[in-house]
Ligand binder design. Structure first.
Ligand SMILES: [Ca+2]
Ligand SMILES: [Ca+2]
Length: 222
């Protein structure tokens, strides 16, 4: 990403809000493997990327991200995936493996994550933490700021509008402008910036950055 665009974007990101974690007394969390190097641990707000396998009571698996070769990403402690994951995957380090036993009365799947938690069954998950993205919540706020029609997709027009809005408030040195005067240097860069932004974030090249494309951690993240 263009460093200048990055500076603008980072500067506009909102501060973090506070997340809450429910206490689930009947959830049984067992650590199967803990790497020796375990200094960075998962906390509320972090975006986690995990592989999991979910089993019903009879040990028949109902779902597996490994079989699909497609890990699941969610924000910890933010009521995104399931209540049991919000609680059971705290203080975990990359490479660590846990099982979570979730009695059926605690099985709650959030919208968009229904595949993780069939209701009416006791569930057992085998989970491996692949990545911790500490900037996840900032990206979340940023996405919402650009997504003016709230459809969880960013169009080029929305990004253009967003940049335009902020170009009217800032000059090339990052100083505030008076009277909605737009710096022509910024305007001349706008289409290039949008192009670079889409090259980076629009993984499937359909000219729409959907929510999952955007929040998926990139290896050269910020
Ligand atoms: Ca949108
Ligand atoms: Ca796309």
């Amino acid at each position: 990403m263009d460093i200048y665009l990055l500076q603008i974007f980072l500067g506009l990101m909102s501060t973090l809000s506070t997340g809450q974690c429910a206490v689930l007394p009947n959830l049984v969390v067992t650590t199967l493997f803990k790497p020796e190097n375990c200094t960075i641990k998962s906390e509320v707000h972090n975006r986690l990327v995990v592989h999991y396998k979910g089993y019903l009571k009879d040990f028949k698996d109902f779902d597996s991200s490994r079989d699909r070769n497609n890990p699941v990403s969610f924000r910890l402690g933010m009521n995104e995936a399931t209540a049991s994951w919000d609680t059971g995957l705290m203080n975990m380090c990359v490479g660590e493996k846990r099982t979570l036993f979730v009695p059926k009365q605690l099985v709650v799947a959030r919208p968009g994550y229904e595949f993780l938690a069939p209701s009416g069954y006791d569930l057992l998950y085998h989970i491996e933490l692949l990545e911790i993205d500490k900037v996840g919540p900032k990206k979340e706020e940023f996405f919402k700021e650009i997504d003016s029609n709230f459809d969880k997709k960013l169009s080029k027009d929305e990004v253009k509008f967003y940049l335009q809005k902020h170009f009217e408030m800032i000059d090339t040195n990052g100083n505030a402008l008076d009277d909605n005067e737009v710096d022509p240097k910024l305007l001349s860069k706008r289409d290039d910036l949008i192009q670079q932004f889409f090259e980076r974030e629009d993984a499937n090249g359909d000219d729409i950055i959907d929510y999952n494309e955007f929040i998926k951690p990139k290896h050269n993240e910020f």
